[in-house]
Design a binder for this molecule. Structure first.
Ligand SMILES: N[C@@H](CCC(=O)N[C@@H](CS)C(=O)NCC(=O)O)C(=O)O
Length: 306
């Protein structure tokens, strides 16, 4: 068992990215299934109000955003190329575009009747209404550029053409998958498996590549309750802080960290590490226990709370 607990839900593409990485690395992990819409009270107790999914937990350390989770999977599995920061510039740049521009294009492409039918199979009518309202509200506050359906479909095709050309080996950058493959996979998974639209039929190399990633599966998953996960966090101390590369700025101060694009709910706590690519906040849980909440710097902002 890897000791990793993943908070996720079935229809979440970013969660699927992590589940696929767990499959690729053959890891065993524990699963806490959360609702598709807030409130998620138990997760909030640990992650302090971070509203997005997935979140991972290892003991009393909580990892927000798929970038920090991927870096943990890379560390545990020894597959360094799953961490954005260890990849070279070309991979990083493409992986970032896949995770933002391409994913948005995939959402726009997937939007339609068959996605609505799928959501209605999973959610009650009332929850479907709540889900739509919640995402509309989140979208209104988002700083991401909006795309029409037509633009989304054209952009999806553009990326598919590029990927088809890149796939000379088994993966986008040679024979071994790296973070770019998983960042490309989750958007296409959302179109193909969730919305059940076949957009890859004219791209044979992409079809083969999707089949290979699907075949990784999700690793070995054991379901646990959110309460069990809280007991695990409160029953131990966070792991020792990294000693290398610490920048003293803001250290020991009470700060607030939020995503800079959407779902911007802030998480407050004492900054205990300011690393090259991440911040770590210390928070109290249940009055006496301590957790460390990890955030990537990319895509997040930090403010000192005065
Ligand atoms: N940059 C974040 C994005 C995560 C994200 O947007 N997740 C979606 C689900 S796939 C989400 O949280 N949606 C709102 C919600 O589930 O409450 C990451 O890489 O983890």
């Amino acid at each position: 068992m890897s000791d990793m607990i993943l908070y996720h839900y079935a229809l979440s593409p970013y969660s699927e990215k992590i589940r696929a990485m767990l499959g690729y690395t053959g890891m065993s992990w524990e699963s806490v299934t959360v609702r598709e819409i807030p409130p998620r009270p138990q997760l909030n107790r640990l992650a302090g109000g971070y509203r997005r999914v997935p979140v991972a937990q290892i003991g009393a350390d909580i990892f927000c955003d798929s970038k920090t989770i991927a870096a943990e999977i890379a560390r545990i599995s020894g597959k360094a190329n799953l961490a954005l920061e260890t990849c070279d510039h070309e991979v990083r740049e493409f992986a970032n575009r896949l995770d933002s521009e391409f994913l948005l294009a995939c959402f726009g492409t997937a939007l339609g009747n068959s996605l609505i039918k799928k959501l209605l199979k999973t959610l009650s009518l009332l929850d479907f209404g709540r889900f739509m309202w919640d995402r509309i509200k989140m979208g209104r506050k988002s700083s991401l550029q909006q795309m029409s359906g037509k633009e989304a479909k054209a952009l999806t095709r553009e990326y598919l053409e590029r990927m088809e050309k890149m796939l000379e080996g088994d993966s986008l950058f040679g024979d071994q998958p790296n973070i770019a493959d998983f960042n490309a996979y989750h958007g296409l998974w959302f179109i193909q498996d969730v919305a059940e639209l076949n957009v890859i039929k004219n791209y044979p190399s992409v079809i083969g590549w999707m089949e290979r990633i699907n075949a990784f599966g999700h690793g070995t998953r054991t379901e646990i309750s959110a309460e069990q996960a809280i007991d695990i966090a409160t029953g131990q101390q966070p792991r020792p802080l990294p000693i290398d590369n610490q920048d003293e700025e803001w250290m020991g101060q009470f700060v607030s960290i939020s995503p800079s694009d959407y779902g911007k709910d802030p998480v407050k706590g004492v900054l205990v590490a300011n690393l090259a690519h991440s911040w770590i906040l210390q928070r109290r849980v249940n009055g006496s226990s301590t957790v460390h909440v990890h955030f990537p710097k990319q895509g997040f902002t930090l403010e000192v709370v005065r």
